[in-house]
Write a new protein. Structure first.
Length: 283
């Protein structure tokens, strides 16, 4: 994810923000930024979030912003499995109760279990669930259940209750309308206090719809002040082969407007299927 560190095109990391340090071999991979970060900086002064509380300078290229941990919850969209798994590492905090929808054979589940306090993983297919459970044998913080997220609404809401982080991969080629309806159920048809702090979603069509929205609103001059006043989550997204869109933070500021656009049906003119995405204008 070459462009994922948010120093290229997005707002700079602020003092006090939490970051994930890639390549950490011992101690906590999470750290708190101790001084303002400017574009010219090559290194960032941080304090590790572990018992040693080490203070050190880390190359900026190794840092990833942790979304949704202060202020509004965040939704992160990606297209590729590789991006989804990298986000499973960097966006899961040690205190998290993580909920995974569409665990399949358990590859992402193992990553979540290595970083979260607990993981509850569900899938609609029995055989992949069996293999996922086998691959996570010995990890006592993981449990599995067979559940169809699109058909078993009440069971899904009960299973997701209390999750701090939510990971959704119900096949990356699903229609954006299907995935966005699932997100609306999970994130907005329940008490605000029960929402996960960060939600990671793999869906090519929804990610490209976000690209379309970002391109269109930038062209039309819409700013964050045009977003409705609400508690909708902010949104950032990755694109291509796992690379973050350079304007991810700009879209984050317009996240409320994006989801309103999606859910009110104003995006009907956009073809969701990946094969029709040549209509999406690229920067």
């Amino acid at each position: 994810m070459k462009a994922w560190p948010p120093y290229f095109g997005g707002r700079p990391i602020a003092t006090g923000e939490t970051v994930f340090v890639r390549g950490t071999r011992y101690g906590s991979a999470f750290a708190t930024v101790l001084e303002p970060v400017v574009a010219a900086d090559d290194d960032v002064l941080v304090r590790r979030r572990d018992a040693a509380a080490r203070i050190e300078r880390i190359p900026k290229r190794r840092l990833e912003r942790c979304y949704g941990r202060s202020g509004r919850p965040a939704i992160l969209l990606c297209e590729e499995t590789s991006s989804f798994r990298k986000l499973a590492r960097s966006q899961t905090q040690p205190s998290d109760a993580a909920f995974e929808i569409g665990c399949s054979f358990g590859a992402s589940t193992k990553l979540l279990a290595a970083h979260a306090k607990s993981v509850y993983a569900v899938d609609m297919a029995s055989e992949p669930l069996k293999q996922a459970a086998a691959s996570c044998a010995g990890m006592n913080n993981v449990r599995f259940a067979k559940l169809d997220a699109l058909l078993e609404r009440e069971r899904l809401l009960d299973a997701a209750a209390g999750a701090d982080s939510l990971f959704v991969d119900i096949n990356g080629n699903r229609a954006a309308a299907t995935v966005s309806a699932l997100l609306r159920l999970l994130l907005y048809e329940r008490a605000a206090t029960a929402r996960p702090r960060v939600t990671v979603v793999k869906c090519r069509a929804l990610c490209r719809a976000a690209e379309y929205f970002e391109d269109t609103t930038r062209t039309e001059g819409i700013t964050m002040n045009d977003a409705p006043s609400s508690d909708h989550a902010g949104t950032a997204f990755t694109s291509g082969a796992g690379n973050a869109h350079v304007n991810g933070d700009a879209l984050m500021s317009r996240g409320p407007a994006f989801w309103r656009w999606i859910w009110e049906g104003a995006a009907a003119e956009v073809e969701w299927e990946t094969r029709n995405m040549q209509r999406v204008r690229r920067p």
